[in-house]
Design a protein around this ligand. Sequence first.
Ligand code: SF4
Length: 232
Amino acid sequence: MQSAADRREALKAVYEQARRCEKCPQLAATRTTVVFGSGNADADLMFVGEAPGANEDKQGLPFVGQAGKLLERLLGEIGLDRKEVWISNVLKCRPPGNRDPHPNEIEACQDYLWRQIELIEPRVLSTLGNFSTKLLRADPTGITRLHGQAEVRVIGPRAVRLYPLYHPAAALYTPSMLETLRADFARIPDLLAQPAPDQPEPVPEVAPQPEPMPVPELAPKPETEREQLGLF
Ligand code: SF4
């Protein structure tokens, strides 16, 4: 078992690898920065959205637009600061024009997400919106049916309490959805207080290979390098 300090160093190495990544030629050519993720490298709570938007691409940080402000406010209401959690996306580079990520891009990028989950070791992983929920559950069931319901799932290399939530961007202009999101957030402290799920047997030497992630039918549009390193 690695110490938190060792895992943080390993995460920084993954970040160094990702920030130079050109596995998706179009995204590598059009992005401003790779938005790896930010927050606490030993967080119990991790959020996963879809992909960076324009603001995130400029600043190199996830969830910095209006949706990010709402996320911070909801975290504050349960006594958490964004520096205490890990915030990331399925895709680390902005698709031009905020188009949907392509399947080959998702496949190319998924190892970075699995490495983050493996090294951060979150107890609770909240998918934000339809896109990441369908991808990480490998199931087409939508967020309307799943939000606010925790389940233990093996995501990439680790078992986590998967807790789907509406995407904050979707709740920005729909008061009823915002109240639902707020009520779902209110359950997070109880989930964090539960024991960590039992972990799957590690596969010696070779990292577990997850199933390829299917592309969901519909994806919500989310809001839209140096600072990331300073945050974890
Ligand atoms: S989206 Fe991911 S895999 Fe594609 S170029 Fe960016 S970091 Fe690399």
